[in-house]
Design a protein around this ligand. Structure first.
Ligand code: AMP
Length: 577
């Protein structure tokens, strides 16, 4: 049945379906809520709050509280421990997703089911259909830097892995990729390999073997693409040697990967020479992607939010190729698709699919500091252009009025569904007393300071922050990994600029009276952020879903230790003296 369905996938039908759904978004939302509540009416959770089988939005909002992950944790834990009774969903949950957990330092468990898989594919197909209108591709392949995380069984025997892993492992994923003319260059053994360094090397090798067929270079989050081509800069001669001899490098030790690669790798000195001379001819690797893969139409992946700081590097590798930003979602469920693929990543918006969940929005206008006790969310079609909201999700996978923790801004409407811009994670990152700075504020400050570095032809490769309250007064600490050696003078200036660029009134006034101490810039050794990535992968996170934590809490001792042990230079701001 499913095979038939995928064969028949026609982009124009998908667009038509999307237009119909969004034309009537309000009614579709009500219908979606009705279906979710009907399917799960007998669950312990909905019964507990006395919904008694009612399925209308008013009763739902009156009975069911807004919750955060920690409120649902006991329920999800029981499911993971093997309690098969209808706790959150009518149908038993058989798979658990681990959200990347880079913000809180430890992965969270969330339920995953077939409905979530279907809605994920609906999002993928919708954005593909629009993308294919503006950037059509023929038969070919995609060089996809995708990786599976470690999978394990929970105490109750449920399969657990990151959401992307659960998606990649599902047959529907590869069928949908084929239907979109973008099957992955790499065999499954590479995607699901146990060691991501080896998988990454082989993804690159597969891409080179199929270099003429590659039409799209992609990853879930853009960070993985940059990570891949940074690695390419280190290993390209070895890759050429493998292709020349037809013998896989001894760095690949996993037998299943070696076996799968030996079926693809044949001696090809001509290809090896072509790649070798192309690489030699590049200036500082500018335009590397189109040079290696001349038939690539675009680069694809999530480039918004915490990925924005990587755009400059991505553009460097991409040369003239368009960067197309991927959709908006989370391990808890997908939310919205990019249906305007021509927009540059900085201004991308996401149109909510009204049938994949029930969505509510907490207005942030009168509630900037997050102190309001009883937020009153509005419905999907009631949001206002120009306003910011925190998004609340009710899904087909057992989450009811769940605070995702993201802040979005309404930029406009597609028919009657809103087009959202991703702003940031809601939780405050940096706060010592009355100051409040978010991930976005940090990003803007780093952006401003890295302009000074650019004058010395250097760039910030990655960054994070920490609130130091071990001294009195406490201060903000920013960690930077820089692409080369900058002079003390330049870094000192960057440090002052970072301090000055936090424009929050609470911060500025605290700095002036020294109730917050001078901002500290700590420069770390090259490779430190890769060590952090390795650390999270070791905990079960997937490279595919990796987002550098932009603030490291005092109790995230392991990551803090990696950072602190690699500091090579420290500067204190003199901006407020
Ligand atoms: P995960 O924990 O890996 O499921 O990550 C989900 C989170 O990633 C979301 O709640 C967002 O904060 C972020 N995210 C997902 N899609 C996007 C996007 N298109 N733009 C910016 N951030 C995103």
């Amino acid at each position: 049945m499913l095979v038939e369905k995928e064969k028949m996938f026609n982009p124009e039908d998908v667009i038509e379906q999307f237009e119909a759904l969004t034309m009537d978004a309000g009614r579709v939302q009500e219908e979606t809520l009705r279906r979710i509540l009907q399917d799960n009416s007998d669950t312990e959770y909905l019964r507990k709050f006395g919904l008694s089988g009612r399925t209308d939005p008013e009763s739902f909002k009156a009975c069911i509280p807004l919750v955060a992950h920690k409120d649902l944790e006991p329920y999800i834990q029981r499911i993971a421990d093997g309690d098969g009774s209808p706790i959150l969903t009518g149908k038993p949950i058989t798979t658990i997703s681990l959200s990347s957990g880079t913000t809180q330092g430890k992965p969270k468990f969330v339920p995953f089911n077939d409905e979530l898989m279907d809605t994920t594919m609906q999002i993928f197909k919708t954005s593909f259909a629009f993308r294919n209108r503006d950037f059509p591709i023929g038969k070919g392949k995609a060089l996809q830097f995708i990786y599976s995380s470690k999978q394990f069984k929970t105490k109750g025997g449920l399969a657990a892995g990151t959401a992307t892993t659960n998606v990649y492992r599902n047959q529907l994923f590869s069928k949908t990729m084929k239907a979109m003319n973008t099957p992955c260059c790499s065999p499954d053994e590479v995607i699901f390999g146990p060691d991501f360094h080896q998988s990454l090397y082989c993804h690159l090798l597969c891409g080179l073997i199929f270099c003429k067929e590659v039409q799209v270079v992609s990853s879930t989050f853009a960070h993985s693409i940059i990570h891949a081509f940074r690695t390419f800069e280190q290993v390209w001669e070895e890759l050429c040697a493998d292709i020349r001899e037809g013998v896989l490098s001894s760095r690949i030790t996993v037998p299943s990967i070696r076996a799968a690669m030996s079926r693809l790798l044949k001696p090809d000195p001509e290809l090896a020479d072509t790649i070798y001379y192309k690489c030699k001819g590049l200036s500082n690797w500018y335009g590397l992607i189109p040079e290696l893969f001349p038939n690539t139409r675009y680069i694809y992946g999530i480039m918004t939010g915490s990925m924005e700081p990587y755009l400059k590097k991505l553009r460097h590798y991409a040369g003239d190729l368009p960067l197309l930003s991927a959709d908006y979602g989370s391990s808890e469920g997908w939310i919205a698709a990019n249906v305007n693929p021509k927009l540059p990543p900085e201004s991308v918006t996401f149109a909510v699919l009204p049938n994949i969940g029930y969505f509510e929005f907490i207005p942030l206008k009168d509630n900037v500091d997050g102190l309001e006790l009883e937020p009153s969310p509005v419905g999907l079609t009631e949001v206002k252009v120009g306003e910011e909201y925190e998004i609340i999700v009710t899904s087909f996978a057992g989450l009811y009025r769940y605070r995702l923790g993201d802040v979005v801004k309404v930029k406009g409407f597609h028919n009657s569904t809103p087009e959202l811009q991703f702003i940031c994670r809601r939780n405050l990152l940096l706060s010592i007393n009355i100051d409040k700075n978010t991930e976005k504020d940090l990003q803007l400050s780093v952006e401003a300071a890295s302009k000074i570095l650019a004058d010395s032809k250097l760039e910030v490769l990655d960054f994070t922050s920490h609130v130091n309250t071990s001294t009195d007064p406490g201060n903000y600490v920013i960690f930077w990994e820089v692409s080369g050696e900058a002079s003390d003078e330049v870094l000192k200036e960057c440090c002052n600029c970072l301090d000055r660029s936090f424009l929050d009134a609470g911060y500025m006034s605290s700095r002036k009276v020294n109730s917050i101490g001078p901002l500290e810039l700590r420069v770390v050794r090259r490779g430190t952020f890769h060590k952090i990535l390795d650390h999270f992968v070791g905990l079960g996170a997937a490279v595919s879903q990796f987002k550098t934590p932009r603030c490291v809490g005092a109790n995230n001792t392991a990551v803090l230790a990696i950072l602190c042990n690699n500091v090579v230079k420290t500067y204190f701001s003199t901006a407020y003296i």
